[in-house]
Each structure stands twice: as C-alpha cells, then as structure tokens.
Write a protein that binds this ligand. Structure first.
Ligand code: BT5
Length: 250
C-alpha cells in the first residue's frame, strides 16, 4: 500500500485546526498532520486538551469519505479501535475503549479523539479525526485526576514514531474495509469487545440534563443504547454527551 503523507510540525495551535486549513487548500485524502506540541489542543464540547511538548502523539487524519455526512462520526470509532489495537500490540496491555472514543488503561484515560466535519461544498464534507495519546508523559496537572500515560502505567518509555507509523497502517487497513462495506457494522463486534461500558451503569450528562442509565448495547451506527431508571430504552449520540461511571471516570 502507498505510504501516506505525514506532515510533522514542531508547534501548532491544534492539529485539527491545521488540518482544516489544509482541507481548504484541498490537501490529498488520508493526509496526516502531527505536532510535537499544541498550544490550543481541543477536546470535545469546547474542552481543553493538554498537549505538552515531546511526550505525546497529537495528530489529525484528513479524510474525504464517499459516504453521507451523518455517517462520518462512525470513523472516529474505527480510529479508536485502530489506536487501541496498535497500543495493545506495542504495550502488551489490555487497553479498553470508553464509549465513544476514549482509550483507557488501568481505569485512566490515556487517549482521546475529537472528530470534526468540514463542509467542502456540493453537500459534501471532509472529516478530521484528531487523536491525542499520552505516551511518555511523566506527570499531569492535579486538574486531570483521570489522566495517565503509557509510561506511567507501564513503567517504560515508548517510541512515538513507531506508534504513529503502526497506527497509520492499522487505520488504513480498517478504513479500506470500511469503504468496502460502507458501514460500521463490520467492526461492531470488535468494538463491543473492547468497550468497557457495556452492561454497566453510566452517568450521562448532556447540555440540558443529567441522569444515570444502564448501558445495554451499541447499535450498528455506533450509538449507545441505554435504559433509564423509568425503563425507557433510547439511543444516545456521541456528539452531545459526556459519560462517566457512577463511582469515577469509568
Ligand atoms: C477528547 O475530548 O478526549 C478529545 C481529545 C482529542 C485531542 C486531539 S490531539 C490532536 C487533535 N488536535 C486537537 O486539538 N485535538 C485532537 P473529551 O472527551 O472532551 O475530553 C476532554 C477532557 O479530557 C478535558 O476536559 C480534561 O478533563 C481531559 N484531558 C485534557 N487533556 C488531557 C490529556 N492530555 N490526557 C487525558 N485527559 C485529558
């Protein structure tokens, strides 16, 4: 398979913002942007993503998938499986996915994903999949009690470039399969096996309400299916919620 273009930067505001700029310049499909540090790294829902220099992986993948815009967030789930597989292989640890796409080791968050859509006209969109992995970080701010790194959890440092290269290859293979079948369904079993939320009670927070519910399943669109305290079953979409375990982060 052809090697993808990986563009390395020393310092950026956010690799997702650079990726947006590159989309406006019609950069080629599957371009990957990587930075040593981000001065304005972003999480979901306007949150901040801490991106210290030289110890993490801060990257964004640019894709122009020939699918409906409404289906594109499924690619964030595909990317979380790809990164999970890559990190499991490299660290030999059981890394889990906290829905929709946090990666968790020993109940701590070691990676997060932020997908953003960019309108490219003609009713089409590009998707930018931004991934942050805490690789060799040796300490976190007190304000991040659930954050950890591969180094802190495994006691050894890891080669960030090797992780990036193996991840890009793993993601490419999965993305090709996604394009062949055009549905997340082909990854659903793999995702469910890695997902730590299934069968647990979750504390769910949206813009206007907060409640606890049982996580029953994940459907073929990658949405979480939950049953609330009144036994009402419904699905929740990744863009609009944050979820936690009832006793802590997971
Ligand atoms: C995420 O959001 O987890 C998505 C993170 C995506 C970061 C990548 S880095 C490359 C690309 N460029 C960007 O600008 N972003 C992407 P969310 O689920 O909303 O979690 C955000 C929350 O995680 C914050 O409110 C903090 O509580 C916590 N947090 C911040 N920095 C962290 C870190 N380095 N490690 C673990 N947790 C962190």
């Amino acid at each position: 398979m052809a090697r993808r273009k990986i563009i390395y930067y020393d310092e950026v505001t956010s690799t997702n913002e650079i990726a947006k700029l590159l989309v406006s310049r019609q950069v080629e499909d599957r371009t990957v942007v990587v930075a040593e540090t981000q001065t304005a790294g972003k999480g979901r829902l306007g949150k901040v993503w801490d991106s210290p220099k030289g110890v993490g992986i801060w990257l964004s993948i640019i894709l122009y998938p020939p699918i409906e815009t409404s289906e594109m967030s499924q690619l964030g789930l595909v990317a979380s499986i790809a990164m999970c597989n890559t990190l499991q292989k490299i660290t030999d640890q059981h890394i889990k996915i906290k829905w929709p796409n946090d990666l968790v080791l020993h109940d701590k968050k070691i990676a997060g994903i932020l997908c953003e859509l960019v309108n490219i006209g003609d009713k089409k969109s590009a998707i930018i999949i931004g991934i942050g992995v805490n690789v060799n970080t040796s300490r976190f701010a007190e304000s991040l009690p659930y954050a950890s790194s591969l180094y802190l959890e495994c006691g050894v440092t890891f080669d960030r470039k090797q992780i990036i290269e193996e991840f890009v290859q793993e993601f490419e293979n999965m993305y090709d399969k996604f394009l062949e079948y055009k549905t997340f369904k082909v990854f659903l079993d793999e995702y469910k096996n890695l997902c730590l939320n299934l069968g647990k009670v979750a504390y769910i927070k949206t813009k206007d309400k907060q409640y606890t519910a049982n996580v029953i399943s994940i459907n073929s669109n990658g949405n979480l299916v939950v049953k609330d305290e009144e036994e009402k079953v419904f699905e929740i979409f990744s863009g609009e919620v944050s979820i936690r375990g009832i006793y802590g982060y997971t």
